[in-house]
Design a protein around this ligand. Structure first.
Ligand SMILES: NC(=O)c1ccc[n+]([C@@H]2O[C@H](COP(=O)([O-])OP(=O)(O)OC[C@H]3O[C@@H](n4cnc5c(N)ncnc54)[C@H](OP(=O)(O)O)[C@@H]3O)[C@@H](O)[C@H]2O)c1
Length: 170
């Protein structure tokens, strides 16, 4: 089962900020389209605060796994009380549905908790330096190699341009 890789999907500002006030500090619809394209059809794992931040929950077309110590029930999601249990159940769901990977979609606490077992990072580098209260964990550069990078100019409605990088664990 551990053959199903775990991949992070994240948008990070130049100063490492990923969130503010339990929301994204920017509006970049072009990157949300990319997020949908990467995650659709795959199980997604998120922390309870990220679940709370979703405007229309659960994310459609994806099995939603939410990590919460309170182990409450959230309609449309499978709640697990540890990140490790969520990963195990998400991998089972991936095998059952034929998905090739499980996506870890935030936030800061969950990225930090599961980073040691992540094999790929879909990293959108946002060309902004906003204030924020949630940060992406520091990556050790010797553990990661960049396999692709593509720059996108801001489109109408986007707060900024961005670079999409794919990193794989060495
Ligand atoms: N830029 C991006 O790509 C991106 C993506 C996602 C989120 N975000 C942003 O990130 C921020 C949220 O991040 P966050 O770190 O505050 O929250 P989070 O990681 O989304 O959720 C934290 C919650 O997850 C549960 N949790 C965390 N670690 C756990 C553990 N080891 N065992 C069991 N449960 C655990 C707890 O839920 P309970 O309190 O219920 O026990 C905790 O309060 C928001 O601003 C959001 O907009 C940004």
């Amino acid at each position: 089962m551990s053959d199903i890789p775990l991949s992070i999907v994240v948008a990070v500002a130049k100063n490492g900020v990923i969130g503010r006030g339990n929301d994204l500090p920017w509006r970049i619809p072009s990157d949300l389209k990319r997020f949908k394209a990467v995650t659709l059809g795959k199980p997604v794992i998120m922390g309870r605060k990220t679940w709370d931040s979703l405007p229309r929950k659960p994310l459609p077309g994806r099995a939603n796994f939410v990590v919460s110590r309170t182990a409450g029930t959230f309609e449309g999601a499978i709640v697990c009380d540890t990140p490790e249990k969520a990963l195990q159940r998400a991998r089972e769901a991936a095998i059952a549905s034929g998905a090739g990977e499980v996506c870890l979609i935030g936030g800061a606490a969950l990225y930090g908790a599961l980073l040691p077992v992540v094999s790929r990072i879909y990293l959108t580098e946002v060309d902004l330096t906003p204030e924020g209260d949630a940060h992406f964990p520091m990556l050790n550069p010797i553990e990661w190699r960049e396999v692709s990078a593509q720059a996108f100019d801001a489109q109408p409605g986007d707060d900024a341009g961005f670079v999409v990088r794919v990193l794989e664990r060495v």
